[in-house]
Each structure stands twice: as structure tokens, then as C-alpha cells.
Write a protein that binds this ligand. Sequence first.
Ligand code: GLN
Length: 295
Amino acid sequence: MKKKITRNLIAMMLSFTFAATVIGCGAQEKIATTPAPEEPSEKAVTAETSVAASEETTEESADEVDKYEGSLAGTTLTIGTDVSFVPFEFPDENDVYTGFDMDLISAMSEYLGFDYTLTPMDFTAMLMSVQTNKLDVGIAGITMTDEREEVMDFSNPYYDAGIQILVKEDSTIDSFDDLTDKTLAIKEGTASLSYVEEHYPEAKVVTFATIDEAYLEVQRGAADATVFDAPNMLYFVKTNPDCGCKVVGDLEDACQYGILFPDGSTNKEYFDAALAKFKADGTYDTIYDKWFGTN
Ligand code: GLN
């Protein structure tokens, strides 16, 4: 809470300073073009616009949100994603990234007007790149955890999830209670890893950069189970009926996914506005239905 208040103050101070400069130089046009976010001064232009905008949108009716349409035109954002996290982001047969998150980003780009470069990378590298400002945005079914929120910013939540267990079809493991002394293949840097380390200190945990490697470990019998995001595991089993695996256990660690920004990013407000717009106008449901069936 404290962090947020301090940050808002700094953003406002920055914006006032820059607003004065802009008016002094007669460079009013710059505000409308909202240039690329890398340079601090350009960030300040966005901050100025965003503070003004947020003051006006205390009540978010669909009409008020609409003023964000095209508001990031002229901006090119660097966006990082995971190499594989079905059905949110994964390469299709032509190696083009597809999935729920990819459709969401594409719709946001169209609505807000920004261009973007998409870089798939290992999950931990993506988190670190956002944290150190090397990326403007991270989207990869990222769980909104307190630890991440301490050092970065999230959009408003856009997806409810939780974790479950994946085991071989003939496994006797059928609940989280059965994991105590087992060998677990877990994806590095994930909320699942934190969960397992906290709840199963006796378990033997082996980590992998991608979830596909962890699944393989279970399939070949080198690990007893993996613990990971339920939507990913359920989609994996559904689309790989011959994988010899099943998903078991009650949903644990209920969580939400958010889009990730470096701490203090001015882009958050625009993405939140786009999310609100998509929930109101049916765009969100269309994307959801495409990947998960009926909402
Ligand atoms: N939701 C999980 C997390 O944020 C995993 C996301 C992923 O592997 N892309 O930790």
C-alpha cells in the first residue's frame, strides 16, 4: 500500500514538471502522439496524460472507457511471453504464437493502437526482464502474487486459476496430501514452486525451465507428479489424449492472472481500461469461449 502511494505521488510530481515543460516549449502535439516508452521524458508525457485521464474516469461507464481507443497510437511496446503455456501462449504448427493471451494482446493492440514486438522466453527470464525494465509488458498466465506485486505492477486480474496435480494414469496419488515424500517435477520460478516448497518441505523437488520438460519427467516415470496451473494441465491432457497422464486433486491456491509491467509503468492504466472495455463489450467472452468453451 505504502509503495503505491509513494509511486502515485512521484508520478504526479513528474507529470506536473513535464506538463510545465511541454507547455513552455509549445510541444502540445507530443502528448497526442504518445511516443515509445523507453525514454524517461516520454514516460512522463504518458504519466501526464494518464493522471489527467484517471481523474476523469472515477465512474467507468462504457462511454468513458471508450476515450482510450487509439490512445497508445504511435507507441511500440516490447512484450515478453512464455515459450509454452497452453492454451495461453504456444507456437502453432507454423511457429506463430497463438493462445488466449495472444488474442488478448492482439485485441488490446487494436483497441489502444500500439504496435508491439513479441519475445517468447523462459518464464523466469521474462519475469526478470519486466522487473529490470527490459520489457514493457509480460503476459504469460502470470499469477498475481504478493512477491511479484512488491517489485512490479499488475493489470487488473483477467483470469481465475488455481493449481492441481498431474500424474501418470496408473498413479495412486489422488490428492495434495499424497505428495509429502514424493519426487515432484516443477517449473522454475512459478507460483507452484513456491507452493510446493512451502507445503512439502519433505518432497524431492526437481525443477525445469519449461513445463513440457516437467510433464516428460512424469510421463517417463522419473518424477511421481508435477504441480502446476490447472488450466494448463487440463488443456494438455485434453489435447494429448495419449499422454498417459491424468489431472488429480482439488483446486488449490486459488489465484488470478494479471498482465505484468515494470514498477510504476504508465501502461497499466491503458491496459486496465482495455480489459474493462473487453469485459463490457463481449470481446473477453469471445476470446474465452474460443479457448475454454462456454464462459
Ligand atoms: N501462473 C504460474 C505463475 O505465474 C505459471 C505461469 C507460467 O508458467 N507461464 O507462476
